[in-house]
Design a protein around this ligand. Structure first.
Ligand code: C5P
Length: 404
């Protein structure tokens, strides 16, 4: 999660009765850490699962549970609480509460707030699989969608009751991602983005190989930012220990050859290609089938290398290439080498890392190279930078009708 990506957002977090209330403690922490103001409102049933004291401590604000709460000077909590809200998020949303919402009922503070709101409503269902599949629930959810309510999840898997199926609430982190995604401007709506990220691994024998120190963080941050911007995202990842960003399609590969093939299979569908991977430039021409033995009386192994395909250059060379963006990590003279590399790879935009040691770090500083000149972006954490880069890429895209 990026620093303060929800700064200035005011959320009413409505909790209804369900065992998934325990996930809301973590969700509240994630939302407040991202800079959002979280006003918790609980139904009577929710207070049976987790106490308002816990939610007050985590949100840093008094919790409302009762329509007749005397703390509101005008006694209109149902109006006042939603007026400054950018969205109301109901999590967990019980079967009963979804039914209430679908019928516009207003028989407690939270239901009344939802009816009286003038902001978007997001619901995060949480229930047993039979309750979720019940035709009445499905009818209510369809009605809510038709009314413009955003339904996040539910997930599938083991449930608190011991059964397995659809209906469990998204995990706190996934709920956070869905909320952050909801707020991101949809500047890449309808666009398809293909990215490479991480290092590649070129085997020498079944247990050894050559690779580099790329962590994949920048590529994964860009994939996440593109998804949040409304794009359909396909991420081809080398060996990295990172979680797939929410809503992103990920394909794992090991070698440069596999990365090249994966990209070439999918590039015809892409509007934008971003080559973030630190592709290993060479592979050994013959990998040993067996582990190379080490022994005092044996000569040291000697390897001969062949060059790997340049994936970015291959994409740029296609007869109808997507908008292709390259990355460059140079150990010196970035200003000179960046533009020279952009021209050599024949891409409209190349992003140069300032400082060679950004591999694995959480922040970065970059220069954009393009025909019109070079532009420096301020140092930032990789997720903030990824958002800025996606905005820069979106600005430079040709009109959809002219892309391919
Ligand atoms: O030539 P260099 O490795 O510095 O170029 C970096 C850029 O080219 C990055 O965008 C990287 O993903 C891409 N590249 C590639 N295939 C290679 C080498 C680099 O796509 N074999």
């Amino acid at each position: 999660m990026a620093t303060a990506e929800l700064a200035g957002k005011h959320l009413v977090l409505g909790m209804t009765g369900g065992i998934a209330c325990y996930k809301i403690a973590e969700l509240t922490r994630l939302l407040t850490k991202a800079g959002a103001t979280v006003q918790v409102v609980m139904t009577e049933a929710a207070t049976q699962f987790i106490t308002p004291v816990t939610m007050q401590a985590l949100s840093g604000r008094p919790v409302y549970t009762n329509q007749w709460d005397a703390r509101m000077p005008n006694n209109m909590a149902h109006i006042d609480l939603s007026r400054e809200a950018d969205a109301i998020v109901i999590a967990p949303a019980s079967t009963d509460f979804l039914a209430k919402l679908a019928h516009g009922m207003a028989d407690d503070l939270l239901a009344t707030l939802c009816v009286a709101r003038d902001c978007p409503l997001l619901v995060v269902p949480a229930m047993n699989r039979q309750m979720w599949q019940n035709p009445a629930t499905q009818r209510n959810v369809a009605q809510l969608r038709a009314d413009g309510v955003e339904v996040l999840g539910p997930d599938s898997g083991p449930q608190a009751c011991g059964e397995i199926g659809d209906g469990r609430m998204l995990e706190a982190a996934a709920t956070y991602e869905a909320i952050a995604s909801f707020f991101a401007p949809k500047i890449l709506s309808g666009r398809r983005v293909l990215l490479t990220a991480g290092p590649t691994f070129e085997p020498l024998d079944p247990v050894r190989g050559i690779t580099n120190r790329s962590s994949g963080k920048m590529g994964f941050a860009l994939a996440r930012a593109a998804q949040q911007a409304g794009a359909d995202v396909h991420l081809v990842a080398g060996p990295v220990a990172l979680e797939t960003p929410w809503g992103v399609f990920r394909e794992d590969v090991q070698t440069a050859g596999q990365m090249h093939d994966a990209v070439m299979r999918s590039v015809a569908d892409a509007d934008i290609f971003i080559g973030v991977a630190a592709v290993v430039d060479w592979r050994v021409d013959h990998t040993s089938e067996h582990k190379i033995k080490k022994a005092a009386d044996r000569a040291l192994p000697v390897f001969s290398f062949v060059e790997n395909p340049d994936i970015l250059a291959a994409v740029a060379k296609l007869p109808h290439p997507p908008f292709a963006v390259g990355f460059a990590a140079e150990s010196g003279d970035l200003e000179v080498h960046g533009e020279e590399k952009r021209v050599r790879k024949n891409v409209p935009l190349l992003i140069g890392n300032l400082g060679p040691l950004t591999f694995g770090m959480d922040d970065n500083e970059v220069i954009l190279f393009e025909a019109a000149g070079a532009t420096r972006l301020p140092r930032a954490d990789k997720q903030t930078l990824a958002r800025a880069l996606i905005a820069e890429i979106a600005k430079r895209l040709p009109d959809t009708s002219l892309i391919r």
